[in-house]
Write a protein that binds this ligand. Structure first.
Ligand code: OAD
Length: 267
């Protein structure tokens, strides 16, 4: 697929780099799921959206909802909020950005390469779109776990029967979402896989993430310092926009399908 005469040069450049790469890593954030109707955490206020569709941390306080202290203080409120979000994720459908990443994995694999998808998203939409090599840095809201035994369960697609939900594994336990809260450590195996993949890759992409939450935000710089070509697709500028090799201002649901088509389409 040749670039159209009016194709923005950064898209064509990124496509060329992907075509020549063997190991690609992408880190995704809430922006990739925005076109599935899921709210981001941060980002500019969108003039034509009502208040209850704006970024979550504009309406809700992360300290009262997304920390272990908040759960200890008010488990009913915290689990109710997470259950509301869980049901939203289950009702959402993957969008063309998710599909393009699944296709990128397929194309690279067919040529002996790999795509490692590091995601801060807890919605499982990448897996539902067909991506198989996904590292969940912030866990998943689709699974919940017992506070006493750590055992996981995937609750039905219906509201929890009670808040806080009792654990099916231990009468003294509760269920909490299997996500990483502020102040909690990221899963060690996910961090190790992410760090290794970033060090070894030829191309590193930051997609729909504000790149402000560490350590996830550090991976682009780590990859760059080990020689990777780095790119970003985001609606807005971020703290890494000036340090990546190519920064594209676009919706991931528009730009990713085009980049993958340019890189691997017929023509
Ligand atoms: P954020 O909500 O911080 O950032 C979303 C980014 O996506 C913003 O930079 C937007 O400009 C961009 N964006 C929005 N719609 C887009 C679209 N259609 N295409 C491309 N870009 C778009 O989300 P994350 O970076 O994922 O953690 O946030 C990281 C972590 O902070 C989350 O995992 C969550 C949050 O607090 C916890 O809850 C612990």
């Amino acid at each position: 697929m040749n670039p159209r005469r009016d194709e923005p040069a950064p898209l064509a450049l990124l496509a060329r780099r992907l075509r020549d790469a063997r190991r690609v890593v992408a880190i995704t954030g809430a922006g990739v799921s925005a076109e599935s109707g899921l709210r981001t955490f941060r980002g500019a206020t969108v003039a034509d959206l009502p208040a209850d569709m704006q970024a979550l941390w504009k309406e809700f306080d992360p300290a009262s909802l997304a920390t272990p202290e908040a759960f200890d203080a008010n488990p009913a409120m915290v689990t109710k909020w997470y259950d509301w979000r869980r049901l939203g994720c289950l009702a959402a459908e993957p969008n063309p950005g998710h599909a393009a990443l699944a296709e990128l994995e397929h194309q690279l694999h067919a040529r002996g390469g790999t795509l490692t998808l590091l995601t801060q998203n807890v919605d499982r939409l990448h897996q539902r779109a067909g991506s198989t090599n996904v590292v969940e840095l912030h866990g998943s809201i689709i699974d919940w776990r017992c506070t006493r035994t750590g055992r996981r369960v995937t609750p039905d697609a219906a509201p929890m029967p009670a808040f806080p939900p009792p654990s099916p594994f231990d009468p003294a336990g509760l269920l909490r979402p299997d996500v990483v809260w502020f102040g909690e450590a990221l899963p060690e195996d996910a961090l190790t896989r992410a760090g290794e993949a970033a060090v070894e890759c030829d191309v590193f992409l930051s997609l729909g993430t504000s790149a402000v939450v560490y350590p996830a935000a550090a991976f682009s710089r780590l990859a760059s310092s080990h020689g990777a070509f780095t790119g970003e697709i985001n609606l807005e500028a971020t703290p890494i926009s000036n340090s990546v090799d190519v920064s594209i201002r676009a919706r991931t649901g528009d730009a990713l399908p085009r980049v993958v088509e340019l890189a691997f389409g017929e023509g």
